[in-house]
Design a protein around this ligand. Sequence first.
Ligand code: ZN
Ligand code: ZN
Ligand code: ZN
Length: 170
Amino acid sequence: MNESAFVSCPHCSEEVTADSDFCPHCGVLFAGAGPVACEEHAGKRAVGVCIMCHRLVCDECSTATMSRRFCRDHSLVEVRQDWAKVFGSSDINEAELAQALLEANGFHVQVLNASSIGFVWDGGGDSPISRSNISKPVKVFVPIPEYEKAVSVIEEWESGVGESTTELNP
Ligand SMILES: [Zn+2]
Ligand SMILES: [Zn+2]
Ligand SMILES: [Zn+2]
């Protein structure tokens, strides 16, 4: 009965469920969805959904970056594959704290380290690069569906960071 549960998105070739109205990877609307209006501009036809918040957007209130569609609120979010950046730091210790905090709150986390060959994913167990690049920028990513909640956890944490670090400084 579910023989063709998955189809390939005609726009980005990623796998999507056959009964989807849009592609969660690139935000394109499928023909089956029919003509739908932009959530912000009722008179305008939506061209897709924001891949971060799934809001219906038109040409006017969205941007397409690397073939993915973003609403205005999310146009500056850095996305790699299906991961979105929630935290960046030039201090690996701070990045590790952010990672530990997110993991403790049940988020899935991937860390991207800067290296001589560009940014590379932290390989988990064997990642000598992360230790040898103490002063290089580090970026912390979570899966796109976890982005909004992860951002609020990070913001809450960062609002307390200033006080605790000054206490630790001699
Ligand atoms: Zn797609
Ligand atoms: Zn959005
Ligand atoms: Zn619009």
